[in-house]
Design a protein around this ligand. Structure first.
Ligand code: SAH
Length: 357
């Protein structure tokens, strides 16, 4: 499960790292290209939930709390229809728990248009079945760019961490000061970096340290920032990673539910990285959004009344109480997912502070 990673017991796989000159072997692949290809195959063919488990799969309270957040934010959107979008909806559990909560809010369901950004046909089918019970007509998209321009609330839980990353190694011996990790077979090789992302210029690192930049994540942040500047809306991004940018190699793989070597078996293992929330917030803000947080998942759920909801559920189903308590504890305890997982909100510039921040 992705909580696996919260234990920070990631085994680092020792491998030889070759340094080569400027010549690029035809067979070498830049890490982000490798990761994008591997994850597209993985999510297209495998059952990710046999490798890891996510917050909505651990406790229904997670999706319900997010549904409550949507209901509050909706009050600050223009009257009429609004898009409830989710990126990387997995098995559709978060959306279905959120909609169950929203069904209890007067008049809101008729205004909701559900849009899901999902590349995997397999998971789309599972999402369709999960949402069949609701009076909605979900629309699926391959990319965020095709989401319609209308007032919106955007949710993404453990979506960003699956997006490809580039890894740069501080290196004073080359003119630009950075080498970049490419993949050759089952090894990393270092090439002198070219086409340096602007974000890298803001980053400091000691000789030999790795800095991760994900153009794909920054693109999502910029796209959301633009949409929020030009129309009313809010986005909630939940993922694992530090609040402040820091050097380090966070790439990891899960295969058959266990940590694995990220370069072995591409397409058969789930590849993820820590999300750099500082960089995401900066990118979205510079595109025009207001940015709140990140706060820890534990604090966010607590602020939004997760414990009260737990007691309510335990009273209604006493025989389920122990499971319900264990589930929420997993999401909120600082030594489980409560601390490493963060929540970042982006809103239109003239919107009020959303709940939980
Ligand atoms: N949010 C879900 C699932 C997280 S797993 C949960 O919390 O349970 C990551 C999800 O993102 C999967 O649905 C996967 O198919 C999807 N995904 C991965 N890469 C993607 C991409 N580039 N574009 C759209 N969806 C992607």
């Amino acid at each position: 499960m992705r909580e696996f990673r919260t234990l920070s017991l990631r085994k680092k796989y020792k491998r030889s790292v070759m340094t080569i000159g400027e010549k690029t072997e035809m067979s070498d692949e830049r890490l982000d290209d490798f990761m994008g290809r591997a994850n597209a195959t993985y999510y297209g063919n495998c059952n990710p939930f046999s490798d890891f488990i996510t917050s909505p799969e651990i406790s229904q309270i997670f999706g319900e709390i997010l549904g409550g957040w949507v209901a509050v934010v909706k009050q600050h959107l223009p009257r009429g229809p609004f898009m409830l979008a989710e990126a990387g909806p997995g098995r559709g559990t978060l959306m279905s728990d959120a909609l169950r909560l929203l069904q209890r809010v007067p008049d809101i369901m008729a205004a909701i248009e559900v849009h899901l950004v999902e590349t995997s046909p397999r998971l789309r089918q599972i999402q369709k079945e999960a949402l069949a019970a609701f009076d909605i007509k979900p629309v699926w998209h391959d990319r965020i760019e095709s989401l319609p321009a209308m007032p919106f609330v955007f949710l993404g839980n453990e979506f960003l961490d699956a997006l490809p990353v580039r890894q740069f190694v501080r290196c004073s011996e080359v003119a630009c000061g950075w080498k970049e990790r490419w993949v050759r077979g089952e090894n990393f090789v270092l090439h002198e970096a070219s086409d340096l992302p602007a974000e890298l210029l803001l980053r400091e690192a000691e000789e030999g340290e790795i800095v991760e930049i994900s153009p794909a994540m920054l693109h999502v942040a910029e796209w959301l920032g633009n949409r929020l500047k030009n129309g009313m809306g809010a986005a909630l991004l939940i993922d694992y990673g530090p609040s402040r940018s820091a050097p380090g190699d966070s790439l990891q793989a899960l295969h058959n539910g266990r940590p694995a070597d990220p370069l072995m078996k591409p397409g058969e293992a789930d590849l993820t990285v820590h999300v750099d929330f500082e960089a995401i917030g900066r990118k979205a803000s510079s595109a025009g959004a207001r940015c709140f947080g990140p706060v820890t998942q534990g604090n966010f759920l607590s602020e939004l009344g997760a414990s009260a909801r737990l007691e309510q559920l335990c009273r209604a189903a006493p025989d389920q109480a122990a499971t319900l308590r264990t589930g929420l504890d997993r999401l909120m305890a600082p030594d489980r997912m409560g601390h490493l997982f963060k929540v970042l909100a982006l809103t239109s510039p003239n919107m009020m502070k959303p709940p939980g921040f």
